[in-house]
Each structure stands twice: as structure tokens, then as C-alpha cells.
Design a protein around this ligand. Structure first.
Ligand code: C2O
Ligand code: CU
Length: 583
């Protein structure tokens, strides 16, 4: 009798559903991030901000390549959606973990949580960060994410130090979002301060007595400085008084050492550089050296400081620190094409040659000014308000109307206009050209372009229109590096409306099936439509598990209980797939 009931039960519960893991109190995530919205003072400026575990920047996360880890993200906010993105990591195979709202997942509703399963592929050791992917939240809702190698890094250094750059704005996220999407358009205002490791002085603060970031070092050592461009808007030029740097990593990939006297870091970019400190003899009587930073390409220049603070083991007294009244350093103007054609990978990286390219997709970006102000890519904007449901969900729903048509897209230069998505087949080798063009009022801007998923090979930038042959000449005797965020520059501030005015080009091997995004990382521009969605692979490549196993991922908030739902809350334990067991 009992066994008959069991047979009946197992008959009802397909084995597939039985394999979902209940994340009840016996499930212990590797990390927990609790996201709140509260008042915080940064750079002496009090502001209602989205915080991670009560702070901005959030805690540093450190993992090792090869690991698979679970990060629980609680949306403790009252009235705002949330997703968390792991910037620079390719987490192919973990399809709902990329943290892009309406692309790879439904956002986490207020008072819900979502467990992100992340896998750190071997070879990914490097510098990353995590941030919310909703509206303007990432201005404060972000933190460092470091992947260490299992063995030894390829460079020797004694210790690491962090330079985490973030913007602080007077207006709240909500005010900024409302203004940017309003007609008439209202600008967010310029940055009120660029902070180093959460410290600095906002330019609206009069007495300027707030703490500067002090980075402690000892004499005669080599440090790996990790620079993270977590700014919302600011392209930052930065240098250390009396010290040079040697770049060894860009966007999570090691490079050959490249000597530099300054850094230029756009939103979304990361670098590591070695810095050798002075010996006691070299220090003479000076224990503190300025780190000076300035914003570029904006109508207002913000200048800020941090301090490289030597320990006093050389027997010298440290002076107290106040921001200097005159800048000790002269930083260069925007260095157009900084590091392009120069940076080289530390080891060979399978750079796709022009012959291998199967398709070229040009994304022409243009600002449309007519009361409202939007950014378009090949004539259309994308924001998370556009799709009815995430593309990955649409694929499970077999909703043809919500999925890009490959033939239509190819015939239309790469984008399927109906779904505003760029589909590609696994095995294609794309050349992606991002072409800057004059706004309808003639304006031009700079854009840090970021690709989710597998890293791209950066093949440079230049003025005017992209010219394949001319660039091929320039690429001779270079070894392009793999990046995930590189700058689209402007070479003048105004031009003829619609005229090509500067380009950036990438190559990409389409290997990772999934839904990925390519977008400008300036948060204001994202809100104004400067985002694209890419669908790599056919449904058979992407949908690795059938329904009903994934059912709990397919509805906002996880759908009706008690059916298995992947989003948890105070009274409900989520039921989740462990993708590492399925691959
Ligand atoms: Cu760091 Cu889609 O972003
Ligand atoms: Cu932009």
C-alpha cells in the first residue's frame, strides 16, 4: 500500500522537479548581500542611496578561479526592483545569473531575494566589480569583486591595494531618473565628487574637512594596485605624485607590463598596475604623496585627492593631511586612444584575424534631441522598460514575438527591429563597430562601451568612420588584448548631425550561448536608451534544461506558490536549479 502511494507520488512529481534544491535554512550561501536604500554621507554629502550591507562601496568579494559559489542578494528596499550584475565575468552555463533585468532575468521584487550561482572560469583571475543593473542604483550599489588564481599570479608583488572610483551626486537616483526620462529633459547635473574607496570631498562641501582616502604603504615594496572604474559618469585621469605605474592587467586579463605616468579610467574599466614604493633613503623627509584625480570630457572639471601614506618606520614624522590648495600635479588632457594598439596580452589569446570574421555589425549611436533626449543605436533605443518579458524567459515560453528573428536581423545590419535585439549563431566571428555620430543638434559625447559574456578582442579606435583596411594596417605587428569595456571617444565636441565622428571596434567569437548585453556604461546614457541586447545561440543551445524545471524562474517574483519558485521571501524558501550539477 505504502509503495503504491510512493509510486503515485513520484509519478506526479517528475524526477526533474524533485531535483530542484530547496534553499531553506540548511542552505548556506557563500556570501550574503543585503541591499537597502537609506541616507548615507559620502564625501561629506548626505544622500538617500542604495547600499550594499549598509555601505558604499559594498564589501569586497574575493573568490578563486575554478570555484562555483552562491551569492544571496536580498532586496530589502521597500519600493524598488533590483538585480545584481557581476561585471566582467562570463557566467555562461548559468543562464539566470548575469543580473540583467528584462534580458536574462526578472528583477528581484522588493522584499524578495535571489541566489546567484556564479562560476569563475579558470583563466579569469583578475579585477571585477558587482553592481545593480537597475536605473541609477549602481552609482552607489556596487563593490569590488576579485578573482584570484589557484596558484600564483604571473607577477610578483608584496601586497595589493585598491583604488575604487565612484561618483557622488547631489540629486537622488529617483530625481535623476525622472529628469532623464522627462519631456522636457532634465540633466542629472555633473558629478559632485569622485571618491576613492568611498572617501573624498564633494565640491558642494564648503569646509572640505571630510576624510581623504589614505592608502597605507611601506617603503621598498612592490604593490599591485587594482583600479576599478565604478563611476556613473566620470572618465577619470589619475596619477601618483612621485611614483610611476606599470600596467599588468586590463579588465580581468593579464597584459605585458606597460609603463605609464598616469591612468585614464572610464566607467566599467578595471586595471592593475605595479607600483614600487620608495626606500627610506629615497623618501628623505616626505612620507605622504598625493594621488590626484580629475574628470575629463565634461563641462565642469572635478578635482579630487587621495594620499599615498608611508608608514613611519623610516623615523620620519608624518604631517597631517588636508587637501592641497593648489594642485601638485598636472594631469594630461583626455588621451584619445589611450593604450590602443599598445597593450599586449601576457600570453597568446587566439585573436581572430580579419579572414576569420564572418559578419560585421555596425552600431551607430546618436543622440536625439527634441524636448526629451534619448540615445539610439541604429535608430532605436533600448531600456528595460521596452521588452514585455526577459528574452531568456521568452525563449522558454516559445514566444516567437518576443525573440529576435535571425534572418531579419542579418538583413537589417544586425538588429531585429521588432525585438530590438541582435541575434548571432554560435561559431560566428563578429566584428562589432561602434560608430559615434553627431546628435540631431550636432553634439558629441564619449561612451565607455561594455560587453557582457565572453570578452571581446579590442581592435582599436579612431576618428571619422571605421575603415577596415586602414585599421588592418594599424593592427599589423600588434597583439590585441581581450577587454570588456573600452572607450568610444569624441574628437570634437560638435559636428554635423548624423555625421560619423569616431569609432571603436571589437572582434568577438560567439562561443557562449545566452542572453548578453552590450551598452554604454554611463548610467545616465543607459537610462536614456544606450543599451543593446544580444542573443547568442539558438534555443537548443541556450535552453539547457526543459520546463517544468525552470518554471520558477519564468514569472516576476517567481509566480504562484506553492509551485516551485526561484525567488524567496520571508515566508517562502526558493527552489533553485544547481547549474553546476547539470553541466
Ligand atoms: Cu557593469 Cu551591463 O554592466
Ligand atoms: Cu554613453
Amino acid at each position: 500500500m505504502f509503495s503504491i502511494i510512493l509510486v503515485l507520488l513520484t509519478g506526479f512529481l517528475t524526477p526533474a522537479i524533485a531535483k530542484l534544491h530547496v534553499h531553506d535554512s540548511t542552505f548556506v550561501p557563500d556570501k550574503i548581500l543585503r541591499i537597502t536604500a537609506e541616507n548615507i554621507t559620502h564625501g561629506c554629502l548626505s544622500r538617500y542611496s542604495v547600499l550594499v550591507n549598509g555601505t558604499a562601496p559594498g564589501p569586497e568579494l574575493r573568490f578563486e578561479e575554478g570555484q562555483t559559489r552562491w551569492i544571496r542578494v536580498y532586496n530589502d528596499m521597500e519600493d524598488m526592483n533590483l538585480t545584481m550584475h557581476w561585471h566582467g565575468l562570463s557566467i555562461a552555463g548559468y543562464p539566470f545569473s548575469d543580473g540583467t533585468p528584462q534580458a536574462s532575468q526578472w528583477p528581484i521584487p522588493p522584499k524578495y531575494y535571489f541566489d546567484y550561482e556564479l562560476h569563475f572560469q579558470p583563466g579569469q583571475a583578475g579585477t571585477y566589480f558587482y553592481h545593480s543593473h537597475i536605473n541609477f542604483q549602481a552609482v552607489s550599489c556596487s563593490g569590488p569583486l576579485i578573482i584570484e588564481e589557484r596558484t600564483k599570479p604571473p607577477y610578483d608583488y608584496d601586497e595589493e591595494r585598491m583604488v575604487y572610483l565612484s561618483d557622488v551626486f547631489n540629486l537622488t537616483d529617483g530625481q535623476i531618473f525622472d529628469g532623464l526620462t522627462a519631456n522636457p529633459f532634465v540633466w542629472s547635473g555633473e558629478t559632485n565628487g569622485v571618491l576613492i574607496n568611498g572617501k573624498g570631498v564633494a565640491n558642494t562641501v564648503l569646509n572640505g574637512s571630510c576624510d581623504l582616502a589614505a592608502i597605507a604603504v611601506q617603503p621598498g615594496k612592490t604593490y599591485r594596485f587594482r583600479f576599478i572604474g565604478a563611476t556613473a559618469l566620470s572618465l577619470v585621469s589619475l596619477a601618483f605624485e612621485g611614483h610611476n605605474l606599470s600596467i599588468i592587467e586590463a579588465d580581468g586579463g593579464y597584459t605585458k607590463p606597460l609603463h605609464t605616468s598616469f591612468m585614464q579610467i572610464g566607467p566599467g574599466q578595471r586595471f592593475s598596475a605595479l607600483l614600487t614604493t620608495k626606500t627610506c633613503e629615497e623618501l628623505q623627509d616626505k612620507l605622504r604623496y598625493w594621488i590626484q584625480l580629475e574628470t575629463r570630457e565634461r563641462p565642469a572639471l572635478y578635482r579630487g585627492y587621495g594620499v599615498l601614506a608611508y608608514s613611519d618606520e623610516c623615523g620620519i614624522q608624518a604631517p597631517s593631511t588636508q587637501a592641497p590648495s593648489t594642485p601638485p600635479l598636472t594631469l594630461p588632457n583626455t588621451s584619445l586612444g589611450w593604450l590602443d594598439y599598445e597593450l599586449q596580452p601576457l600570453s597568446p589569446n587566439l585573436f581572430p584575424t580579419l579572414k576569420e570574421v564572418t559578419r560585421r555589425v555596425t552600431i551607430t549611436v546618436q543622440q536625439i534631441v527634441n524636448g526629451s533626449i534619448t540615445w539610439t543605436e541604429n535608430g532605436l533605443s533600448w531600456t528595460e522598460a521596452f521588452p514585455r518579458m526577459p528574452y531568456l524567459v521568452a525563449m522558454y515560453e516559445h514566444d516567437k514575438n518576443a525573440l529576435p528573428n535571425y534572418a531579419d536581423a542579418v538583413a537589417n545590419g544586425g538588429m531585429d527591429n521588432r525585438t530590438r535585439a541582435f541575434p548571432a549563431k554560435l561559431g560566428e566571428v563578429l566584428e562589432i563597430v561602434i560608430q559615434n555620430s553627431g546628435a540631431t543638434n550636432g553634439g558629441l559625447d564619449v561612451h565607455p562601451f561594455h560587453a557582457h559574456g565572453a570578452h571581446i578582442w579590442d581592435i582599436g579606435s579612431g576618428n571619422g568612420s571605421y575603415d577596415v583596411q586602414a585599421n588592418e594596417e594599424r593592427l599589423k605587428s600588434t597583439n590585441p588584448v581581450r577587454r570588456d569595456t573600452t572607450m568610444l571617444y569624441r574628437y570634437e565636441t560638435t559636428t554635423t548631425p548624423g555625421k560619423d565622428s569616431g569609432w571603436r571596434a571589437w572582434r568577438l567569437r560567439v562561443t557562449e550561448a545566452g542572453v548578453w548585453m552590450i551598452h554604454c556604461h554611463t548610467l545616465q546614457h543607459m537610462i536614456m536608451g544606450m543599451q543593446t541586447v544580444w542573443v547568442f545561440g539558438d534555443p537548443s543551445d541556450i535552453l539547457k534544461l526543459p520546463r517544468p524545471r525552470v518554471e520558477g524562474y519564468l514569472t516576476y517574483g517567481g509566480g504562484e506558490r506553492p509551485f516551485p519558485c526561484a525567488y524567496g521571501n520571508a515566508t517562502y524558501d526558493p527552489k533553485m536549479i544547481h547549474w553546476d550539477e547539470e553541466l
